[in-house]
Design a protein around this ligand. Structure first.
Ligand SMILES: Nc1ncnc2c1ncn2[C@@H]1O[C@H](COP(=O)(O)OP(=O)(O)OP(=O)(O)O)[C@@H](O)[C@H]1O
Ligand SMILES: [Mg+2]
Length: 233
């Protein structure tokens, strides 16, 4: 489903290039839920942004659903991202002058789905994230946890192959964090959506079956846990 092969990335600082990810390789199966753990500056966001096609790596390949996104041009990548990739941000990134439902529907507008169909799909997802009564409110009227639920629903509406979440609970208190993780686990189970969740918190990584750890841009994998808490294979 997702295959990272010998991925390296360098940033340029004036005349100097600094390599922040070093020859990373791993595979993730469909329906898996993986935590990407690491301290600040270890390269988590860089790796996630590369996998989501938000920037190009210096070296290596990124296969999603069998296609190498590194070799795609801008148009191909934009099209691919719209149909295959979902993203959940730490700061939600919702559009304040659209309603909750309109925010969730937005990715479908680009797919040319009829307004009735869009609404139908959005309402199903709002139900699943526990906010069916908030559909006509503006996102600024919601709590942080509620806004993150909306952004989870938005990331799922195109039924992407994989959803990348960068510190999805980073702005939330412990109780809300647990609620959000519970929702992600439930969706992972019911929809078989593949989730890659970046976090620097051990507690979040305790919930996933697989934990990948970045240390100074090097990848280490912990032994897979036997009790199936998220994901299948
Ligand atoms: N646009 C950039 N230009 C130059 N260096 C960058 C850029 N983005 C990230 N870096 C560097 O790459 C390294 C990894 O950064 P990254 O943001 O991926 O870390 P992170 O693990 O997500 O950290 P955090 O937990 O603080 O979010 C850091 O040393 C950072 O300074
Ligand atoms: Mg980061």
């Amino acid at each position: 489903m997702l295959k990272i092969d010998q991925l390296s990335h360098s940033f340029r600082n004036g005349l100097e290039w600094t390599e922040v990810l070093h020859q990373i390789s791993f595979e993730v199966h469909k329906g898996d839920m993986v935590a990407l753990l690491g301290s600040s500056g270890s390269g988590k966001s860089t790796l996630l942004n590369l996998m989501a096609g938000l920037m190009k790596p210096t070296e290596g390949s990124i296969y999603i659903a069998g296609q190498d996104i590194v070799t795609m041009n801008e148009n191909q990548l934009a099209e691919f991202r719209r149909s295959h990739i979902g993203f959940i941000f730490q700061a939600y990134e919702l559009i304040p002058n659209l309603t909750v439902r309109e925010n969730i529907e937005l990715p479908l507008v680009f797919q040319g789905l009829s307004p009735r169909k869009r609404k139908e799909k959005a309402m199903v997802l709002l139900e699943q994230v526990g906010l069916p009564d908030k559909s006509e409110m503006f996102t600024s009227q919601l709590s942080g946890g509620q806004q993150q639920r909306v952004s989870i629903a938005r990331s799922l509406i195109t039924e992407p192959s994989v959803i990348f979440a960068d510190e999805p609970t980073g702005n939330l208190d412990t109780k809300t964090e647990e609620e959000i993780i519970a929702i992600l686990k439930e969706l992972n189970k019911s929809m078989q959506t593949t989730f890659i969740i970046v976090t620097h918190e051990r507690e979040v990584a305790e919930h996933t079956r697989r934990v990948l750890t970045l240390r100074d841009g090097h990848l280490e994998e912990e032994p897979v846990r036997t009790p199936v808490l998220g994901g299948t294979t």
